[in-house]
Design a binder for this molecule. Structure first.
Ligand code: PHE
Length: 342
């Protein structure tokens, strides 16, 4: 019995087989256990002798079981380590995280500033009626300034549909659909047939501001733009106006931004403003009464101001970029370089 048990234990090739051997040779129904139970029926002398023999046999079997178990356990462990190793040099299947576009985030930061001022955000379509892009804004068919912005026309021409050349048609859309007081900002994409280079792109982004209320003057315009400049570029950054012309505003001005790098001090060396002390930012003016009339608003009661500036330019100034093309070329490494705070 004992030899059969030891042979079976030695032959067990894995932990499952050893478990079976344990049941067969050391379990309650094993021959040794049965023999142990029969000892009681033997005469005293034989009982003692048989007891010793069976006891030794069981001891030997249990010892063999323990040893074999230790060996198989170790083998099992080793096999697990070998088969479950992770090769950290293998290529991964994990995908790189994308990133929100810096211009999307810049637009939102700008919108947030307007919302904090109590203004609303309005949007209009990028494919726009010629009438809203031009005529409603005092840019009639024969107006010489129509060619100021090089326009993408859609076919067929008799539909009179363009890709909007500025966000100003959203001014007209807003005035046509709502009554003053109006305080809106309109961010969005605009299109012009410009050659693509470091400072021009046929698609870019603007934000339009429009206020129509009683007693609105150029002073309100200046104050609003100064506030915006300080919010975007830092405390103390102000704006200046240079006389200009836009058909939809009268008077009109170009807005310059105080150079937020040198603040106009060391203007000889500043690379951002090239020693000018000022940076061109956008256009603005008091809403032309002709535009109010075209949009059904009484210029005897209401007046307003409007401005427009480039979101891409704003972003480039703030991050000291000299080439706008990476903004439009979709390389995720560029986008993710700016993180989530713009
Ligand atoms: N729409 C003008 C442009 O694209 C900017 C502007 C907006 C000027 C509002 C005056 C008032 O250049």
């Amino acid at each position: 019995q004992r030899d059969a048990a030891l042979a079976a234990i030695a032959a067990a090739a894995d932990l499952d087989e050893l478990k079976q051997a344990r049941l067969d040779h050391a379990g309650d129904r094993s021959p040794l256990a049965l023999a142990n139970r029969e000892i009681g029926a033997l005469p005293p002398q034989a009982r003692k002798e048989a007891g010793q023999r069976i006891g030794q046999a069981r001891g030997a079997v249990n010892k063999a079981l323990a040893e074999r178990s230790a060996v198989l356990e170790a083998e099992h462990e080793e096999r697990m380590l070998a088969t479950e190793t992770v090769d950290v040099t293998l290529p991964t299947t994990r995908r790189r995280r994308g990133s929100r576009h810096p211009i999307t985030m810049q637009s939102e930061t700008i919108a947030d500033i307007f919302v904090a001022m109590g203004w609303e955000i309005a949007e209009g379509p990028m494919v726009e009626a010629e009438w809203l892009n031009f005529d409603a804004l005092n840019l009639g068919p024969d107006h010489p300034a129509r060619t100021m912005q090089d326009t993408f026309w859609t076919e067929p021409a008799e539909n009179h549909v363009v890709l909007r050349t500025h966000t100003s048609p959203v001014q007209a859309r807003t005035m046509l659909t709502r009554k003053p007081p109006i305080y809106v900002a309109c961010p969005g994409r605009v299109f012009r047939t410009d050659e693509y280079d470091a400072t021009h792109s046929p698609m870019f982004h603007q934000v339009e501001g429009l206020v129509v209320d009683e007693g609105i003057t150029m002073a309100h315009l200046k104050g609003s733009l100064d506030h915006l400049a300080a919010q975007l570029y830092g405390e103390g950054v102000t704006t200046r106006f240079r006389p200009s012309y836009f058909p939809f505003t009268e008077p009109s001005a170009e807005v310059d931004l105080r150079c937020f790098v040198c603040l106009g001090d060391n203007s000889e060396e500043c690379r951002t403003c090239r020693g000018e002390g000022w940076i061109e930012w956008g256009g603005c003016g008091v809403v032309n009464p002709r535009v109010l009339i075209a949009c059904g608003i009484d210029p005897e009661v209401y007046s307003g101001f409007a401005f427009g500036f480039g979101i891409d330019r704003t972003f480039m100034f703030r991050h000291n970029l000299t080439d706008l093309r990476p903004l439009f070329e979709g390389d995720v490494r560029f986008a993710s370089a700016f993180g989530t705070e713009i």
